[in-house]
Design a protein around this ligand. Structure first.
Ligand SMILES: NC(=O)c1ccc[n+]([C@@H]2O[C@H](COP(=O)([O-])OP(=O)(O)OC[C@H]3O[C@@H](n4cnc5c(N)ncnc54)[C@H](OP(=O)(O)O)[C@@H]3O)[C@@H](O)[C@H]2O)c1
Length: 258
């Protein structure tokens, strides 16, 4: 039996991409899932798929992580339904792609609210439950963070650098509570990320073809399952002495500087 069977796992950004794939894999392992995102239709669809794949139970809570009340409601409803939390996957996030000359404060605030502020606030809200279960947190950062950036990505890379720092800082502080905190830092994964950022389907496909060549290992993009494997490893008992790590899943991309 999987160690995740009957464990309560909260996944943000579960309506799409990496979050949805993580939810589906954990369903096959019999987890109890609390899924959240803004898009009710997509979230309900993922929740149904999870039930069909074997999740022990699935709660979905529609919410916008830029809103304090919604974050509080997500954790409250999870605790009311399941009574405990073993793992928090702070996955929701998005990229702003904009030259500095065109940056707006609205974009800056929107991106920081979801990619940084929500990571910290959900950590705080989940902490009383994670302390009791000696649970852990996995934050989804990016290979674009403190060590590596690209023109046009200043806001996004700064949010992910902050995400890495929250990971390390909370890992240190929460170690005494027996709560581990780690991050997974993927390179390019083919999800809805580009279309959710305003690209057309065609532009998104073309961008993924171009990006693939930039990963030294096999010159291909990262498969979503490869990111899910890293998330589940860090969340598992195989990683009991691993905390404060930012694990790149990037086919060596960050080593290239491009
Ligand atoms: N794909 C990549 O190449 C890549 C590479 C490195 C890192 N990442 C990171 O991986 C994470 C997942 O990305 P993905 O590729 O799976 O992208 P995706 O397919 O676009 O999914 C993003 C998820 O975040 C949720 N989300 C966005 N804004 C939200 C808000 N205000 N409130 C609540 N939920 C919100 C979306 O849900 P709703 O639309 O339903 O709200 C969606 O479920 C992100 O943190 C991203 O930065 C992705």
């Amino acid at each position: 039996m999987s160690e995740f069977a009957s464990k309560v796992i909260v996944i943000t950004g579960a309506s799409s991409g990496i979050g949805a794939a993580t939810a589906k894999e954990l369903s096959k392992q019999g987890a109890l899932l609390s899924l959240t995102g803004r898009n009710k239709e997509r979230l309900a669809q993922v929740a149904d798929e999870c039930k069909n794949l074997g999740a022990k139970d699935v709660l979905y809570v529609v919410g916008d992580l830029s809103k304090q009340d919604d974050m509080e409601r997500i954790i409250k409803e999870t605790a009311e339904k399941f009574g405990e939390i073993h793992v928090l996957v702070n996955n929701a996030g998005f990229a702003v792609i904009s030259p500095i000359a065109d940056v707006t404060l609205d974009e800056f605030d929107r991106c920081f609210n979801v990619n940084v502020r929500a990571v910290l606030y959900l950590t705080k809200l989940a902490l009383p439950y994670l302390e009791k279960t000696k649970g852990n947190i996995v934050n989804i950062s990016s290979f674009l963070s403190s060590m590596y950036t690209l023109p046009g990505f200043t806001i996004y890379t700064t949010t992910k650098a902050a995400c890495d720092h929250i990971t390390k800082s909370s890992a240190l502080e929460l170690a005494k509570n027996g709560v581990r905190v780690n991050a997974v830092n993927p390179a390019v994964v083919e999800t809805n990320a580009y279309t959710n950022t305003g690209f057309s389907e065609e532009q998104s496909k073309a961008a993924y073809v171009e990006q693939a060549k930039l990963h030294p290992l096999n010159e291909r993009n990262i498969k979503v399952e490869e990111v899910v494997d890293a998330i589940l490893f860090l969340a598992s008992d195989k990683a009991t002495m691993i905390t404060g790590n930012c694990l790149r899943v990037d086919g060596g991309r960050a080593l290239t500087g491009q």
